[in-house]
Design a protein around this ligand. Structure first.
Ligand SMILES: [Zn+2]
Length: 241
């Protein structure tokens, strides 16, 4: 019954025009195709109190990623969690630079740095993982941004571009070849993590509806453009089988 029904459906659809059919076919290929295996890891970036409503650097709708990520977790054997984990008075804080306000930029030895409100200070409640995140099978938590003078949006490499966090080696040693990136914020830590994962040789998917963005001066559109140029695949949680 089923194949016949499907043939009928496709035949009917073919009348709707080539473009629509091609679009649907592409979508169906994704829906059928993405099945995380033992070589896949889910990376959950910075789903911490600081980045949700009530935190020190809230991302609009940040908490909405929690149920999506909790559901995705059941599909993955391998899960990595990251935490932004700054020293008090960290160089990425506007308060550490005389005359600067949050969201100004500052030239650093490693490039331009957006200056943020004080956030995710080591050991604070603000830096804790969101209380509703349910990832009991996660195997490793990578903390980043703990060197006083260097930020680290990426879970793989600090913002100086030369100090690795160790995550790339960890994943490779465990035979992981593809990563699925989720969390906060799409246009900063998620994007930098995804692009560095590409640089390290992983196949990379960003699960868009499991992320939320800060979107500072067009940063979200710019981040997607860079990610797509780097070969990062943009998918939705419904595309995971
Ligand atoms: Zn930070």
């Amino acid at each position: 019954m089923y194949p016949a029904t499907r043939r009928t459906m496709l035949k009917n659809l073919s009348g709707a025009g080539l473009v629509a059919v091609a679009g649907l076919a592409g979508r169906m290929a994704f829906a059928a195709g993405i099945r995380p295996d033992g070589k896949s890891a889910l990376i959950v970036v910075d789903v911490q109190n600081c980045f949700v409503t009530g935190g020190t650097l809230p991302v609009k709708g940040g908490e909405e990623v929690v149920p999506v990520i909790n559901q995705l977790a059941a599909r993955f054997e391998n899960i990595v969690i990251t935490q932004d984990w700054h020293t008090p008075g960290h160089a990425s804080f506007a308060s550490a630079h005389a005359g600067k306000k949050p969201f100004d930029t500052q030239k650093m030895p490693y490039g331009n740095q957006v200056l943020w409100p004080d956030h995710c200070v080591q050991g604070s409640d603000d830096a804790a993982l969101h209380k509703d995140l349910r990832l009991p099978t996660a195997q490793v938590i990578v903390r980043k941004g703990y060197h006083q003078d260097v930020d680290s949006y990426s879970a793989f490499m600090e913002a100086d571009g030369k100090t690795p966090t160790g995550l790339g080696a960890y994943l490779k040693q465990r035979g992981i070849t593809q990563v699925f990136v989720t969390g906060l914020a799409t246009d900063f830590c998620v994007a930098w993590t995804a692009m560095d994962a590409r640089k390290a040789g992983f196949a990379v998917y960003v699960i868009e509806d499991a992320t939320r963005a800060i979107d500072l001066n067009g940063s979200l559109a710019a981040a997607w453009k860079k990610m797509q140029t780097a070969g990062v695949k943009r998918i939705q949680s419904a595309d995971i089988a």
